[in-house]
Design a binder for this molecule. Structure first.
Ligand code: MG
Length: 442
């Protein structure tokens, strides 16, 4: 068995982007549902056998020490490394602990939360004989404030640019681009490469230099949940999404619901709140899901936005009415994901830039998969319920169980006819029947 690495937690930053929340506490101690952020992560590690931690602390270091002590209260052991007043950067902080690191170690930032499978990450690192492995993800859009990474077919990193310029993006535009999640597995001999007593960052300095020197650096791709809470808005969004969840790193189960024909009576081009009518007993069904511990997430195609028949604000008003009507009956939806796109051009007043072939329009699974990332969801315990074959297809592609409501007209479109062979896991006449079934099946 491979020895579980030490986890080095970088927690010395001044956290200026988190002010005023972090004026008196370091970022790793900000509250997440009743416990400090990093405690959630430490417990996650501990349950998987990772029990040795080194905290690299500086700003408000005493608060971290006071809270965690030697770690014994939390079932782990914690050592501390205090950075001098002059902050040394992430790699500079690791240089200070050179004498207590003698085998492969993990570097983890104190404002991150992830349920990354570290055993698989480590296995990959060892199999590649890597000296430095980066947990990364595919770039979804051109984000100029982050990193730009490219790899070869063996996942060996070829280029790594921190905060790339427009020209640098352009140079790599034909390659698949990745971004750095800032979680690393590193071999101890590489610490020797970090210069002493100067500010030195992994992203800006260490990784580009190690690449130049031809060290073996690999990229590890995974869809596991990952979030960085380094900004006030991100932190607040996270808290809103994860409210009521004691264990934020445990995947939650969800019911994905199509909207038209499932929640409300299907009306062609529904664009005004007064046209919105809940189907009988839908609130009762959604309440069952709420009470049963499922998140309820609406996933809806609204091509009428791209077609120019109504605006995003009109849809907002409709959703306001939906939430209000449900609330009156004690039910709620946790989130709404909508696709405003439409692929075919030629509508008077259409919005050109969203007349595209997107990744989110059902039957594609994009809306579901985005929700899975944002809410840390368990696909195997989740369901998609819709009244058309494109709903079923989206659910199947995402990897959730599917239910077709036969009450729907399935819209009779060309696409629906093409998808007639897609078979759902179950069929029911109405949402309440589906809800009763799922509650029995649990
Ligand atoms: Mg529908």
């Amino acid at each position: 068995m491979i020895k579980k690495p030490k986890v080095v937690i970088i927690a010395g930053g001044l956290a200026t982007r988190m002010s005023p929340i972090t004026d008196n506490i370091p970022k790793c101690l900000i509250d997440v549902n009743g416990a400090p952020l990093i405690q959630h992560q430490i417990e996650f590690f501990r349950e998987r056998g990772y029990k040795e931690f080194v905290f690299c602390v500086a700003h408000l270091a005493n608060k971290v020490k006071e809270y965690f002590g030697d770690g014994s209260q939390f079932g782990v052991s914690i050592e501390y490394s205090l950075e001098p007043n002059e902050l040394l950067g992430s790699a500079g902080a690791v240089k200070l602990i050179e004498n207590i690191i003698d085998s492969t170690f993990i570097v983890f930032y104190g404002d991150n939360l992830t349920n990354l499978n570290f055993d698989k990450f480590l296995k990959f690192h060892k199999e590649k004989n890597s000296q430095f492995t980066i947990f990364l993800k595919k770039r979804s859009e051109k984000n100029h404030s982050s990193s730009l990474i490219t790899m070869n077919d063996e996942n060996k990193i070829i280029s790594f640019i921190e905060k790339p310029s427009v020209e640098e993006f352009d140079k790599h535009k034909h390659e698949i681009q990745y971004i750095n999640n800032g979680i690393y597995l590193i071999e101890p001999e590489l610490i020797r490469e970090i210069p002493e007593n100067i500010k030195y960052d992994f992203g800006k300095d260490a990784i580009p230099t190690l690449l130049q020197k031809d060290h073996k650096i690999y990229g590890y791709l995974s869809d596991d949940f990952y979030v960085e809470l380094g900004r006030v808005e991100k932190y607040e969004t996270f808290l809103a999404r994860f409210k009521c969840r004691k264990n934020v790193l445990e995947r939650a189960k969800a019911i994905f619901l199509d909207r038209d024909g499932v929640i409300n009576e299907g009306i062609k081009n529904l664009s005004k709140p007064e046209q919105f009518r809940l189907i009988p007993r839908v609130a009762e069904a959604i309440r069952k899901f709420n009470d049963g511990g499922y998140l309820v997430i609406v996933v809806t195609n609204q091509p009428i936005i791209a077609k120019g028949f109504c605006t995003g604000e009109d849809i907002e008003k409709i959703h306001h009415k939906m939430k209000k009507s449900l609330a009156e009956k004690g039910a709620h939806v946790d989130a709404i994901y909508l696709c405003p796109h439409h692929p075919e051009k030629g509508f008077e007043g259409e919005i050109a830039h969203i007349k595209i072939n997107c990744e989110c329009r059902k039957p594609k699974p994009g809306l579901i998969l985005n929700a899975v990332k944002d809410y840390n969801l368990d696909l195997f315990k989740s369901w998609m319920i819709g009244d058309s074959f494109s709903d079923v297809q989206a659910g199947k592609e995402a990897g959730v169980m599917t239910i077709l409501l036969t009450s729907g007209d399935g819209s009779g479109s060309k696409q629906e006819k093409e998808l007639q062979n897609v078979s759902p896991n179950y069929k029911f006449k109405s949402l309440i029947e589906a809800a009763e079934f799922i509650m029995l099946k649990r």
